[in-house]
Design a protein around this ligand. Structure first.
Ligand SMILES: [Zn+2]
Length: 207
């Protein structure tokens, strides 16, 4: 039995093997972030279960430009990125966009290509602002679950201290004890109790 190929691609995606300059503010806005901070945001996005990551363009730079990530987010959301390392590119700005399937790490390529199952998916602007405002304090920690499974995740200081939900960064609601996390500082390893918000606790992962 063969499956019908229903590969849906966004209407704005340039053809395979090409690059196009596309106006922001129509299909999406782009947050342009210097590479180091952009990769940190991406790592934290991937660590948030159930939070969609929209397409991300990685421009590895040339002699004229520093490497940057462009995280595509909802068009004209009006988010305020002042005080963060990012610039918001919306109406009146243009972004060089790689074509379908361009994922080789040279020049302009997809760090996260559009998802053919969810071609309209974009990164939530509110989540993006939250992460951009907290990456300064982010550090890698090890999360140990009661079942003995361990994983590395990039967490903010508030998450490592149990003052914000380990999954979604919420800090304003009731928090319950989450999995133990360990943080390496030089030669010392500190074990701490993390916290989960009510919603993530109900969602049930990592318990
Ligand atoms: Zn949560």
């Amino acid at each position: 039995m063969t499956h019908a190929q229903h590969v849906l691609l966004p209407s704005w995606l340039p053809p395979t093997g090409t690059l196009s300059t596309i106006a922001a503010g129509e299909h999406w806005d782009a947050a342009a972030i210097p590479q180091t901070a952009g990769l940190a945001v991406l790592a934290m996005l991937h660590a948030m279960p159930g939070t969609p990551t929209g397409p991300v363009i990685w421009s590895t730079g040339s002699s004229l430009r520093h490497p940057q990530l462009y995280i595509l987010t909802t068009a004209r959301s009006g988010i305020d990125l002042h005080g963060t390392p990012a610039r918001l590119l919306s109406t009146g700005s243009y972004v060089v966009v790689p074509g379908n399937g361009v994922i080789e790490p040279h020049g302009v390529h997809w760090a996260v290509p559009p998802n053919p199952d969810r071609p309209d998916e974009l990164t939530d602007p509110t989540v993006l602002v939250t992460l951009l405002r907290r990456i300064d304090s982010a550090a890698w920690i090890t999360v140990s679950t009661p079942t003995g499974y361990q994983r590395q995740t990039l967490a903010t200081q508030a998450q490592a201290d149990g003052d914000a939900c380990l999954h979604c960064h919420a800090s304003d609601g009731p928090l319950s004890p989450g999995p133990t996390v360990t943080i390496s500082l030089g030669n010392t390893v500190q074990a701490k109790a993390s916290a989960l918000c009510t919603r993530c606790l109900r969602a049930g992962s990592d318990r």
